[in-house]
Design a protein around this ligand. Structure first.
Ligand SMILES: [Zn+2]
Length: 430
């Protein structure tokens, strides 16, 4: 018997589980799940109900997560000539004065460090315009880094153009509290109107109204102990953006985590390690929920976590990748489990701080993010953070495949012998 293979009875149960697709659609029905909205609360209530149905004896626990609350009230972008263009306030953008911020726009293309350096003398006092990039690719420059480069060079505002014709783009500015610059997502057509011309740089007005007040959300935790005090953590983030239904990011991860919990929770008691299922929020706000959780763990508690398997955007393409966060020692295990279960998987090593696994990884815990469509510019994943992140982008077969692979990884990780698990903690640099 192959220790890497999910027991066929469990695989068959998952392959036929009608609740996987129902859960995914019900999560999408909650709406975009922006932290602090009724939509986010509705999703938490749904997760509670579905886990209770799967394991009535386990009521789980809720960890309060205080954070700097922020609510967008209105956003306007006035173009040269006076027309307005569709725009979307980036999460935690500062508000402008009531009359707005009027300044010239300097277009820095993609917004690479080179472009910022070449235009260093033209940024101070202007609004910087950059492009949103496919997030799931090697060499991606994260929006938050571009925002920081703009701020550091004295920009007074920040515009980021989305990838999809006719649609604005969402995302976080990365600001927590304190100083910042007004930041809006716009459509590519709008960006095209803001090119420098013979007349100079075009001037726009940004008007943003927000509310900021202390807020609280939660992290939901369900523990199913194994025969030792060690754990495998399966995580997925609940929150999203209010542009659509945040279907791929991360309705897919939530539905897969629920299905794996339903199928594996009755089995875990026989295995060496327990399963700790975690639903984080304020992930889209600089990974706040998981950051608080990992920071509060003692060194001993961290050592008891053998592996974090974080599900974020696991369908939208048939191609799955595991981002191994520098933990080179876990890669052979991941690949062996994939092949033993008839799945293809690639591993990508550099730490990518684009989801909750990053906090586990930097906290000394082997952590992977399972993601679909990595390095595929044609995958539906390119429209994550736009209004097109809707359920029609997800094929049921892809979601089921990702769920089966997740279950296989969790089961094998729970059962792996200590010598194998010790290898997972080996990092590429050590
Ligand atoms: Zn995500």
């Amino acid at each position: 018997m192959n220790a890497h293979r999910l027991p066929p009875a469990l695989a068959a149960r998952l392959a036929a589980d009608p609740a996987l697709w129902r859960d995914f659609n019900d999560i999408c029905d909650c709406g975009g799940r922006l932290a602090g909205t009724a939509s986010e609360k509705k999703a938490f209530a749904l997760l509670r109900e579905r886990v209770r149905a799967a394991s009535p004896a386990n009521s789980g626990r809720s960890i309060p997560v205080p954070y700097n609350g922020w609510t967008p009230k209105s956003a306007t972008l006035r173009l040269p000539g006076g027309a307005t263009a569709a725009c979307h306030p980036l999460v935690r953008t500062i508000a402008t004065a009531p009359e707005g911020l009027t300044a010239e726009v300097v277009d820095l293309g993609r917004g690479t460090p080179d472009e910022f350096a070449e235009h260093a003398g033209e940024i101070n006092g202007r609004i910087v315009l950059v492009r949103h990039e496919l997030m799931f690719a090697a060499g991606t420059i994260h929006r938050r880094r571009k925002y920081d480069m703009a701020r550091e060079r004295g920009a007074v505002g920040f515009l980021i153009a989305g990838p999809l014709a006719g649609h604005v783009v969402a995302g976080s500015s990365g600001r927590d509290s304190g100083p910042g610059i007004p930041a809006l997502g716009i459509a590519p057509e709008t960006a095209a109107k803001l090119a420098r011309s013979a007349h100079g740089w075009p001037s726009v007005t940004m008007i943003i109204e927000t509310d900021e007040a202390p807020a609280e959300t939660e992290t939901l935790v369900y523990e199913y102990p194994g025969t030792t005090d060690e754990w495998v953590v399966l995580s997925a983030h609940v929150d999203g953006h209010d542009l659509a239904e945040s279907a791929m990011d991360n309705g897919t991860g939530l539905a897969a985590a629920l299905a794996v919990t339903r199928t594996l929770s009755p089995e875990v008691g026989k295995w060496r390690r327990g399963l700790r299922v975690m639903f984080f929020s304020v992930e889209e706000w600089a990974l706040t929920g998981s950051a608080q959780y990992v920071q509060a763990l003692s060194a001993e508690a961290r050592a008891k976590i053998a592996l974090n398997i974080n599900l974020d955007s696991v369908a939208g393409s048939p191609n799955l990748a595991a981002l191994s966060s520098g933990y080179a020692g876990v890669e052979p295990f991941l690949l062996q489990v994939a092949v033993a279960n008839g799945q293809s998987l690639r591993t990508v090593r550099p730490l990518m701080t684009n989801s909750d696994h990053a906090n586990f990884a930097t906290g000394g815990i082997p952590a992977i993010r399972l993601v679909s469509g990595f390095d595929d510019p044609n995958a539906h994943l390119r429209v994550v953070l736009t209004p097109a992140d809707t359920r029609d982008k997800v094929a049921q077969g892809e979601l089921r495949q990702a769920t089966l692979l997740t279950a296989a990884l969790v089961a094998a990780a729970c059962g792996a012998d200590p010598a194998e698990a010790a290898k997972w903690r080996v990092r590429s640099a050590s």
